[in-house]
Design a protein around this ligand. Structure first.
Ligand code: HPA
Length: 269
């Protein structure tokens, strides 16, 4: 049996025959969202074949299943970043497992640097589109069952879900920007010249995740919604050097607003 099905069966065994309505991937420091989930089941990655126990601070390493906004959700707390040496396939294994479980909606979150100059600490950006500059694509290799070979990405981030996000932000009085997320491999932060390059390329925020996950989800026909939490102005915009611990701190604080927004969107689905 392949990696996806082995992992799926380990998760399915704990779901009690129910299929979550939505999967949510939690970015760096955004694990606080799980506090809003009335958790019924927590599955440590160690219990899921093929899932690695994360080593990056701010990424926990468990799937949390429970109720959020009145819906059954599955939250992925801990990513397998390609900058840790994981392949694109390993990076998107959870997304493929969500697909195999029958989950049809994915909400992806990340911490990001601000490329748009008006974005500050804690700006929440609805992802309108992405630039995949990681140099990797999870669909390279043999075509997996249920995946399209050449998926259309002209609306990778679902238009109706984005409208639901704008509506929820309005209802909850949460300021929401909208822009393009550039995904780079990392793990070094960008140089100021790279941030200026990204600005010219049309990016509004920059980070080290999300694009491959959304590509894999779209190949499976899963509809996607994405949010970036801007934790810092891009490199070179201020004299403050970038540090992961500051990213984590801002994500922890401003992440509470994003968690409220995600709950509002899920409730309206
Ligand atoms: N660049 C890339 N990734 C990030 C940043 C950044 O400035 N901030 C948080 N994640």
């Amino acid at each position: 049996m392949n990696d996806v099905l082995l992992a799926r069966d380990a998760v399915r065994e704990r779901l009690g025959g129910r299929t979550p309505a939505v999967a949510i991937i939690l970015g760096s420091g955004l694990g606080g969202l799980t506090d809003r989930i009335e958790a019924t089941v927590r599955i440590p990655y160690g219990d899921i074949p093929g899932f690695h126990v994360p080593k990056v601070e701010g990424h926990k390493g468990e799937l949390v299943i429970g109720t959020l906004g009145g819906k059954m959700v599955l939250a992925q707390s801990g990513r397998f970043h390609m900058y840790e040496g994981y392949s694109a396939d390993e990076n998107v294994l959870p997304v493929r497992v969500f697909g195999a479980l029958g989950i049809r909606t994915l909400i992806v979150t990340n911490a990001a640097g601000g490329v748009r100059r008006s974005y500050g600490h804690g700006t929440i950006m609805l992802i309108a589109d992405h630039l995949n500059l990681t140099g990797r694509n999870p669909l390279v290799g043999h075509q997996r069952p249920g995946e399209e070979r050449f998926p259309d990405l002209s609306e990778a981030y679902d238009g109706a879900l984005r409208q639901a996000a704008r509506d929820a932000a309005g209802r909850l009085d949460i300021p929401l920007e909208e822009g393009v997320y550039a995904a780079l491999l990392g793990p070094s932060y960008e140089t100021p010249a790279e941030v200026r390059m990204l600005e010219r390329l049309g990016a509004d925020a920059v980070g080290m995740s999300t694009a491959p996950e959304v590509i894999a989800a779209r190949a499976l026909g899963i509809r996607c919604l994405g949010f970036s939490l801007v934790t810092n102005p891009g490199a070179g915009y201020t004299s403050t050097p970038l540090a992961h611990k500051d990213v984590m701190e801002i994500a922890g604080r401003a992440g509470k607003e994003l968690a409220r927004l995600v709950e509002g969107v899920v409730a309206a689905l």
